[in-house]
Design a protein around this ligand. Structure first.
Ligand code: 5GP
Length: 210
């Protein structure tokens, strides 16, 4: 708390902030998030639960909690998930603990979800600010290239992911920020700039986040 601040006022940085990075598959969410995490040690990455199989290099507990369909159902039943969705027949969900634990310690959280998950987190009425960032590649051509370059998708799932992307971009106006991921390093810096600005945002303490 800064001594120049009038009573009853603070900055958002004094509490934990949830930064949600959403956008179509192939926009580069994972790479941008990895870059931001590498340069910001105190940040917590929210590890989602999924029924998808690990891709080469993915680690249980770091990239995702890889669970069975039954385990996922059990997590829903026990009320452990804040939001969840079915994406291409697979389940993805944000565990409540992934946000609650760091936020309690005033640590900011970075979340990687699809667009409906981002909107659900905004609606969840957490006692902490939720900042929605929409990440896009520079063009549709580059989106297609990136999905194909991953090499893990079949032609059918590539087509499906493009169709989903067309739906997703319609929700851009519901977000607070748009970041174009042209050069990865620059996209990382843009997300960091948003984080700095949001931490400096003045808020009346009694009414909580807007
Ligand atoms: P992928 O299989 O490529 O890792 O993820 C597929 C999509 O699911 C991506 O758009 C990713 O952001 C999204 N996703 C990952 N975890 C979650 C989650 O916990 N909730 C929601 N709603 N979407 C998620």
């Amino acid at each position: 708390m800064n001594e120049f601040l009038p009573q009853g006022w603070g900055t958002q940085g004094a509490r934990g902030i949830v930064f949600v990075v959403a956008g179509p598959s192939g926009a580069g969410k994972s790479s941008v998030i990895e870059g931001v995490l590498a340069r910001n040690q105190g940040l917590h990455f929210s590890v989602s639960a999924t029924t998808r199989r690990p891709r080469p290099g993915e680690v249980h507990g770091r990239d995702y909690y890889f669970v069975s369909e039954n385990q996922f159902e059990e997590m829903i039943r026990r009320g452990e998930l804040l939001e969840w969705t079915t994406y291409q027949g697979l389940r993805y969900g944000t565990p409540k603990a992934e946000l609650q634990r760091p936020l309690r310690e005033q640590r900011d959280v970075l979340v990687n979800v699809e667009v409906q998950g981002a909107l659900a987190l905004k609606r969840a009425e957490l006692k902490h600010p939720v900042v929605l960032i929409f990440l896009v590649p520079p063009s549709w051509d580059s989106l297609l290239e990136r999905i194909q370059a991953r090499g893990t998708e079949s032609p059918r799932t590539v087509k499906e992911r493009l169709a989903i992307a067309q739906q997703e971009v319609q929700y851009i106006p519901e977000f607070q920020y748009l970041v174009v991921n042209d050069v990865l390093e620059e996209a990382v810096r843009r997300v960091e700039a948003i984080m700095l600005a949001e931490r400096a945002r003045l808020i009346p303490l009694e009414s909580g986040p807007s």
